[in-house]
Design a protein around this ligand. Structure first.
Ligand SMILES: Nc1ncnc2c1ncn2[C@@H]1O[C@H](COP(=O)(O)OP(=O)(O)OP(=O)(O)O)[C@@H](O)[C@H]1O
Length: 719
């Protein structure tokens, strides 16, 4: 009987994994294996000593690790019939028992799953009995089969002979079978011997392998130690490498940061370089421009140098010429002085002629001014003044039309309009200003008169007319608007300008201004302090033919037009304060602006003394028509008194009467030196364009016509 497992133990495949190698080595050293080997040895020993037991022993070996098998001898001892033995043998022959290899057996015994070489069959290998039957066994089996129990019916009890025959046949079979078994036993004994030898060689081989295994174990241990130390070395190297790696990584990160910073720096520098390049280009182009300029300057310098040389020569020539010219200038200076003295003589002559013209024009002159329709008046009338006409081109005649006839002495031209009788009144004045006339145009006509004040004449300009006809607008105007400045500021401006011009002719002037208000025949100072403003002033005449004097009246020396404008504003404010105490007082009072002009010519020794009176009279409407009563009646009466007295004075002057009733009113008393022989008088008669004011307009025009017809004599220059 061959035993392959030991040989196959050596052939335990080398496992891929070390763990498997260790397990195999362990299994190889396993006590179970030893046990198995020992058991094999024991069986072999038993085989020598007890051949009878050999079968049992071999059978136990064969059956170890498999299901228990009942031996043939046991079965024979217990089998009641040969048939049963035959059947069990045949069963053995038919049903081979599986026997695992030694390693498998060992593994199974330890409960460890045996290692199965890949590709190897896991089917149990058949034991001897399981092998295909040898020729002997097959013969036996065939014999048994042939000598098997007859399939005939059992012999009856009485057939002893037959039964004996059967028993003899059975005995023969047994004998034959015993012989066969003995031969078989002999064969098996031989096999056992061979197995024993093989087993011993296997044991030797196992011991050798064990030694080798121990040796291999030592080698493995030493190798393991070496590997462990190598591993430690490697671990140490690894950790040092990792440290180095970390250090390198940090270094790398630092380097990267440095690189980034350097890149940024590089970009900044590149940009700076670009900027600098651009600046350099600009500078270069500037330099080129400057070089070109420098070249041009050099050329210019050269040219100028040449010119300087030329001029040096010319200067010498000019110096000579200058000397000649100086002589000529000296000559001319004396000529100019002669001319200036002649001019002064001319100026004196001009003044004389101017005065003569004024005399020829008459010392009382009357200008008529019609104001335009304003605001709602314009809307109602469609902007047309239908009852006032300006028929002549010389602007000296005004026509007043009325449908109803009024019996008056003026030249009334009766005509018809729309089938109705129409009265036409014509008035003639020195000048008629139409509604469109500007303040400048009006002033142009009175500027010569203003000049007379500088020449040493008393000048009186007053505005007459009903309330709202434009007297204040004409005299003062709007002080905030240059174009709307009235006669007073324009007069002042002209006087200062002319005085300045006359300075070159030796004239020096001193101007003193005052402004008063005559309300209800009382005189109030419009330039006074608030404490003295309500104080009533009186007019005094120091001596006959002397200046009229108002004691306590503020007299302010003025040196500029601006200063006078400030005084006018102050007077306006004081008037409006008074107006809050007395309703419409400004309309109900006369305001008088006076400017004294005292001139002296340092060259000719001439002196001049003039007085300029600019008067804004109170409204001239009649008491009866205005239906005034109470305070208004008192106002109206005093206005009427002063205005009618003004007319009376002018009439008396015109009639060359001996007694001129100056003292009948404060106004005429104040203006007595400016009305009459020594003065030049101009009256504005202001006319409202409103048709409902027709009656008042007619009255005003009649009064102005009377004044205009007066010849108040020749003005005398005061000196
Ligand atoms: N020529 C003109 N152009 C434009 N507006 C004028 C003119 N004349 C008068 N006015 C306006 O008419 C209005 C009445 O004028 P203003 O006050 O001068 O009349 P007045 O006769 O002085 O009246 P009062 O007697 O009440 O003082 C004012 O608003 C003034 O600005």
């Amino acid at each position: 009987m061959e035993r392959k497992p030991l040989a196959s133990n050596r052939k335990i495949p080398v496992p891929v994994a070390e763990s498997r190698t260790k397990a195999a080595l362990k299994r190889a050293r396993s006590p179970n294996v030893n046990e198995s080997v020992t058991e094999d040895k024991r069986v072999c020993t038993d085989k020598k000593t007890a051949p009878g037991l050999k079968r049992h022993c071999s059978t136990s070996i064969l059956t170890r690790g498999s299901a228990p098998v009942t031996t043939a001898s046991t079965r024979r001892a217990t089998a009641p019939k040969l048939n049963s033995v035959k059947s069990s043998d045949s069963l053995m022959a038919r049903k081979p028992l599986s026997r695992p290899s030694v390693s498998q057996a060992a593994s199974t015994a330890r409960g460890v799953k045996p290692y199965v070489r890949p590709g190897a069959s896991t089917a149990p290998r058949p034991v001897v009995q399981g092998r295909p039957p040898t020729s002997a066994s097959s013969n036996l089996n065939s014999t048994v089969v042939s000598t098997g129990a007859p399939k005939t019916k059992p012999r009856p009890g009485w057939d002893l002979k037959g039964k004996l025959q059967d028993m003899q046949g059975e005995l023969t079979g047994c004998t034959f079978r015993i012989a066969h078994l003995e031969s078989l036993n002999q064969k098996l004994s031989g096999d056992a011997e061979m197995k024993h030898v093989a087993s011993q060689s296997a044991v030797k081989e196992i011991e050798q392998l064990k030694e080798k295994l121990d040796q291999a174990g030592h080698e493995y241990e030493s190798h393991k130690k070496k590997l462990k130390s190598d591993l430690e070395d490697l671990e140490f190297q690894k950790s040092s490498i990792e440290r180095k790696k970390r250090a390198l990584e940090e270094e790398l990160e630092d380097s990267n940061n440095k690189v980034t910073r350097l890149q940024e720096l590089s970009e900044t520098r590149n940009k700076t370089i670009e900027d600098l390049k651009f600046a350099i280009e600009q500078k270069e182009s500037e330099i080129l421009g400057l070089e070109a300029k420098a070249r041009a300057h050099e050329t210019e310098r050269q040219r100028l140098t040449n010119q300087v040389e030329e001029w040096k020569e010319m200067t010498e020539t000019h110096s000579k010429t200058i000397e000649d010219l100086k002589l000529i200038i000296e000559k001319k200076d004396s000529e100019i002085q002669n001319m200036e003295s002649r001019e002064r003589a001319h100026e004196t002559e001009r003044r004389r002629l101017h005065n003569m013209v004024q005399e020829l024009k008459g010392n009382i002159r009357v200008f008529c001014r019609v104001r335009p329709l304003l605001g709602e008046e314009e809307l109602c009338k469609g902007g047309v003044i239908s009852h006032i006409n300006f028929p002549d081109m010389d602007h000296k005649i005004l026509e007043l039309d009325k449908l109803a006839d009024i019996s008056v002495n003026e030249s009334v031209l009766n005509s018809t309009r729309g089938g109705r009788a129409m009265s036409k009144y014509e008035f003639s004045f020195d000048k008629v200003f139409q509604p469109e006339s500007s303040q400048a145009e009006v002033f142009e006509e009175i500027s010569q008169l203003v000049q007379s004040a500088l020449d040493g004449y008393n000048v009186c300009i007053f505005a007459y007319g009903q309330t709202g006809s434009g007297k204040t607008f004409t005299m003062e105007g709007c002080l905030e608007d240059e174009d709307l400045l009235g006669m007073i500021p324009r007069t002042v401006k002209q006087i200062f300008t002319a005085a300045h011009d006359l300075e070159t002719k030796g004239w020096a002037y001193k101007f003193s201004a005052s402004m008063l208000e005559i309300y209800n025949e009382n005189i109030f100072d419009l330039l006074g302090k608030s404490s003295t403003r309500e104080e009533k002033l009186e007019v005094k005449l120091l001596a006959k033919g002397e200046d009229v004097h108002v004691p306590k009246l503020s007299l302010v020396e003025v040196k500029s037009e601006l200063q006078v404008l400030k005084l006018l504003k102050k007077a306006c404010e004081n008037r409006s304060v008074a107006e809050t105490k007395c309703n419409q007082r400004s309309s109900r009072s006369h305001s008088v602006f006076q400017l004294k002009l005292e001139g002296a010519n340092s060259i000719t020794g001439e002196h001049s003394k003039g007085l300029l009176n600019l008067v804004d009279l109170a409204g001239s409407e009649r008491v009866k028509e205005s239906g005034s009563e109470g305070q208004r009646l008192v106002e109206a009466q005093s206005i009427n008194k002063s205005l009618s007295n003004l007319g009376n004075v002018i009439m008396a002057l015109g009639n060359k009467e001996k007694h001129i009733p100056y003292r009948n009113s404060k106004l005429t008393y104040l203006l007595q030196n400016s009305l009459g022989g020594n003065s030049k008088t101009l009256m504005f008669v202001n006319v409202s364009p409103k048709e409902e004011c027709f009656s008042e307009t007619l009255n005003s025009l009649r009064f102005a016509t009377k004044v205009n017809q007066c010849n108040i004599g020749t003005a005398q220059k005061k000196s």
